[in-house]
Design a protein around this ligand. Structure first.
Ligand SMILES: CCCCCCCC/C=C\C/C=C/C(=O)SCCNC(=O)CCNC(=O)[C@H](O)C(C)(C)COP(=O)(O)OP(=O)(O)OC[C@H]1O[C@@H](n2cnc3c(N)ncnc32)[C@H](O)[C@@H]1OP(=O)(O)O
Ligand SMILES: Cc1cc2nc3c(=O)[nH]c(=O)nc-3n(C[C@H](O)[C@H](O)[C@H](O)COP(=O)(O)OP(=O)(O)OC[C@H]3O[C@@H](n4cnc5c(N)ncnc54)[C@H](O)[C@@H]3O)c2cc1C
Length: 560
């Protein structure tokens, strides 16, 4: 994040100076924005950067305990420099949050520089899974930096101390977060596909119950409950991959537009990166835990790879923006878009469907049979109607409040659901678009079509309340969707293992005894157990000190 921050907020001159040093690891940088007292509320950050015209320097200071930088990855022990986000003060006026390059440690002996106090913030969730990352704490005691270490692409301070705002949207200050959020969506797909690969392969070799007259027991992958829990996650892994590819295209397109000062798609980029990051990371965190449960007791072993994958993954719901805070950003943009519908301004991009408000507010879903749900047009329209009607309902309810902000606050739980509906529509739309493309490989397109329908109908089934409450579907149509879903699971089953083999993960990368490509799980589980340090001695440490006295005492008592 140190590098994209300098790329996005540094001048050409600053990029030329600092980026080669970072690329060559002559300096190691981190992104120091979050503080002990503020993470979500960036405008609430307290660290100060006060310009001193006498010396042409900024004085970086931590005025309160809560202004201590807290969480930045790499800050505690590894980084020599940071992009520090602080309140820019010049000529006695606070101009809000800006980025500054600050050296933290000596390049000679790595010791903290004068005025800099820093260290690691301590152990984190998951007994060490994330402890390879030195998330740090950092305090400044009036540390001076040259004026030219203020990142000056978006705004400047002159030698005389005058603040100059460039003619670019101030939101570009948040550009680094947008960049990482879009990459987190692809990362969600990778993490989810690893968990699903483990769970599908293990479910194919695990047999429990169901043997007829002494024959083999039943593969748990053949149980409909196992399929109804696992195949939607398999479909989600593919869905998030495709929407992540599209989001990367959108981000690249927006970045190219920014180069020519075209800011028309900045809001779309913010809504899509924030919303897709929130929805895909929440779904993936829940899915990894579900995959652990799908593997029964062995899923709880570290050698299954799932506990570590879960512990390392779940902070994704928080870092790079708390998912609720991000979805509320999407909701704000939805409300703004709805309010503009009456002005005749046509929504564009992923909001374009809202321009069909006249149709979608009264459309009746035409599905009459379970097979009708295989028609992408019916799926698309159902998801559009649900999302639009939820957004319009929220806007109408907010409109009845005494003031907009109060209304937004009161209705924020409903707004959250409307934002999720909008983002799920994007995921479904991009999956449908993907399977409409030419896809090489015999039978591959059909399998992806099955997974697209599984993702869409599973999501519809899981959120059926929205569809019914908004009148987008009838209960009968909801039941037909669930009926079709069951048929789809049967079609996915024969190809399930092939669909996870297609992720092409090596056993090393997968890191799971349960997910081995050769399926030779039981000997591997047994072999792995003996590597446990506890098995280095046959009689456990502590026997003589604790167990033996207890056993002897109980033996005596039993003879009394
Ligand atoms: C390569 C593989 C990578 C995958 C793995 C990655 C691993 C990474 C692991 C850890 C790294 C973690 C790093 C971090 O966590 S860094 C810190 C992250 N922190 C946050 O995300 C903070 C979240 N908070 C915010 O973003 C903001 O505070 C806010 C958006 C919630 C509120 O901002 P504020 O300035 O108060 O503005 P408003 O809400 O009032 O909005 C004003 C206006 O601006 C628009 N806007 C807001 N944000 C953006 C944006 N990012 N881009 C464009 N526009 C934005 C907003 O829509 C409003 O617009 P308006 O209505 O038209 O005025
Ligand atoms: C593993 C990890 C790595 C990190 N790496 C970095 C890094 O490298 N650099 C960096 O700068 N930061 C980093 N962070 C910090 C991270 O960005 C913040 O923790 C994150 O943005 C959430 O902010 P917060 O902690 O203030 O949460 P809070 O906002 O305090 O969230 C607490 C609760 O309040 C709710 N909430 C907050 N505001 C609102 C609102 N307006 N409406 C409704 N509900 C609200 C949230 O939904 C949540 O339920 C990292 C964090 C973690 C866990």
């Amino acid at each position: 994040m140190f590098v994209p921050a300098i790329k996005g907020q540094g001048t050409e001159e600053q990029q030329k100076k600092w980026l080669p040093l970072a690329y060559k690891f002559q300096i190691i940088g981190c992104y120091a924005q979050t503080e002990l007292g503020h993470g979500s509320n960036v405008q609430g950050l307290e660290t100060t950067a006060t310009f001193d015209p006498m010396t042409d320097e900024f004085v970086i200071h931590s005025p309160t305990l809560t202004s201590s930088k807290w969480w930045p990855g790499g800050l505690g022990k590894a980084s020599t420099h940071a992009v520090v986000y602080a309140r820019l003060i010049t000529e006695g006026k606070d101009y809000g949050i800006h980025g500054f390059i600050v050296q933290l440690r000596s390049l000679e002996d790595h010791s903290p520089l004068p005025g800099v106090t820093l260290g690691d913030i301590g152990g984190k969730f998951g007994s060490g899974a994330y402890n390879s990352m030195d998330n740090g704490v950092l305090r400044f005691d009036h540390v001076r930096i040259p004026r030219d270490q203020m990142l000056m692409r978006l705004s400047q301070v002159t030698r005389e101390g005058k603040y100059v705002q460039s003619d670019v949207p101030k939101q570009l200050l948040y550009g680094t977060m947008v960049y990482v959020r879009q990459s987190i969506v692809a990362d969600a797909s990778k993490a989810l596909s690893r968990a699903v690969c483990i769970a599908v392969r293990y479910s194919a070799i695990r047999k429990q119950f169901g043997s007829q007259d002494g024959g083999p027991e039943t593969q748990v992958l053949n149980y409909r409950t196992q399929q109804s829990r696992l195949f939607p996650l398999l479909a989600s892994a593919y869905a998030f991959r495709f929407v992540g590819d599209w989001l990367n295209w959108l981000y690249t397109d927006v970045t190219q537009k920014l180069e020519v000062k075209d800011y028309s798609t900045l809001q779309e980029a913010h809504a899509c990166t924030a919303g897709l990051k929130a929805v895909t990371t929440s779904a993936t965190a829940d899915a990894i835990e579900e995959c652990r449960k799908l593997c029964g007791g062995h899923g709880y072993l570290n050698s299954s790879g799932l506990p570590e994958l879960f512990a390392v993954y779940v902070p994704a719901c928080t870092y790079e923006g708390d998912n609720v805070v991000l979805l509320l950003q999407v909701a704000r943009i939805l409300m703004k878009t709805v309010s503009q519908l009456t002005s005749g301004k046509q929504p564009v991009g992923t909001m374009a469907y809202m321009g069909k408000v006249q149709h979608l507010m009264q459309s009746k879903c035409a599905v009459k049979t379970a097979e009708d749900w295989l028609n992408p047009a019916f799926i698309q329209e159902a998801f559009e109607a649900r999302a639009l009607r939820m957004a319009v309902n929220c806007a109408q309810n907010i409109g009845q409040a005494s003031n907009q902000e109060e209304g937004f606050y009161e209705r924020s739980p409903d707004l959250l659901e409307a934002a999720v509906a909008h983002i799920q529509l994007i995921i479904v739309t991009k999956f449908i678009e993907k399977v409409h493309q030419d896809i090489p490989g015999h039978g591959v397109k059909e399998q992806l079509q099955n997974l697209c329908n599984v993702y869409a109908l599973y999501t519809l089934h899981k959120h059926l309340g929205d569809f019914l409450a908004t009148g987008s579907l009838t209960p009968k149509q909801g039941a037909l969707a669930n009926e079709q879903l069951g048929k789809l699971y049967a079609q996915v089953r024969p190809n399930a293992v092939a669909l996870v083999d297609a992720f092409n993960y090596t056993d090393h990368y997968l890191g799971s005894v349960l997910g081995r490509y050769d399926g030779n799980v039981y000997p591997a589980l047994y072999e792995e157990a003996w590597k446990d340090p506890l098995n280095e001695t046959v009689v456990p440490e502590g026997y003589h000190e604790y167990l033996r006295p207890l056993l002897k005492q109980q033996l005596k008592l039993s003879r009394l």
